[in-house]
Design a protein around this ligand. Sequence first.
Ligand code: AQP
Length: 334
Amino acid sequence: MENTAERKKIVFSGVQPSGQITIGNYLGALRNWVPLQKEYNCIFCVVDLHSITVRQVPAELRRRTRELLAMYLACGLDDENNIFFVQSHVPAHAELAWVLNCYTMFGELSRMTQFKDKSAAHSDNVNAGLFTYPVLMAADILLYQTDLVPVGQDQKQHLEITRDIASRFNGIYGDVFRMPEPYIPQVGQKIASLTEPEKKMSKSDTSGGSVSMFDDRDTIIRKIKRAVTDSGSEVRYAEGKHGINNLMTIYSCFTGRNFAEIEKEFEGLGYGAFKEAVGLAVADAVGKIQEKYNAYLADKDFLDGLMKQGAERAALLANRTLSKVYKKVGFYRP
Ligand code: AQP
């Protein structure tokens, strides 16, 4: 393994093109990638292989893949210094996932909360891919000898299983995989649904509980105005007040104000005025990102070129790890 003192640390992260990304994805993940790009070698992936664990409309999946890449750039990621690619363009992800499947236990996968939630939500399609999703995610991370994985709270358990798989493999074959650390933001690690504030906001939720990064200004303001809040009228962060806590978290993320400042700002004003301010703050920030997004999306050749070149760069790194793994497990190479 390379000398750590000389090696620039590696960050890997990705989002599924499984729907229109939400302010939850933005605040829990994308936004936090931006400061990391200065300090680390960053690899940002559109994880399309993961998205077919739930049925997708093929034409929409294709369209959303390019849209998501444009959104990465619009959120402030630099196209020159980072690697951007689409997961299915680098076959090593699926190849390593197969190997790691043989080093992952049925019992540990059964304990994954996301599997339990998604199999309940899609009870007509509880496929094996949904079950082994964390193994593919482990492959994504371990292929690049990743040091840091910026994710929201919902992915913490998947990071833990990645570490378990890596240490099991390393325990048998020596130092093959670097042990990745999760990087979870202090504020914004779990943005909740506006209509069911005990659940997380998800891009595949179409019931009005999610604010999409593609929603227009009026829709954003309207959705936030209708957000479920708790009984009472005081804007105060408190145990069990999921609705108001969530709106305060969102407002804090978009304005940079802390909870004490927000409580002071809305003292005696009630939920109505607060919701209006949250709506405006979100709409302003998202609107600015959308302007940049539209410019990137219009340049198809640029986006296609970026993902092609990114896949080549990613494959070089990924294949290095995959070859090592194949050698260690005993696959014959002529
Ligand atoms: N509500 C959330 N709050 C904070 N962070 C979140 N993330 C997702 N939802 C929230 C973070 O976004 C990144 C990308 O997630 P993903 O696309 O890999 O899958 P996911 O976690 O399953 O996201 P969704 O929006 O809930 O997608 P669907 O509906 O397709 O399942 C991750 O870093 C995640 O932590």
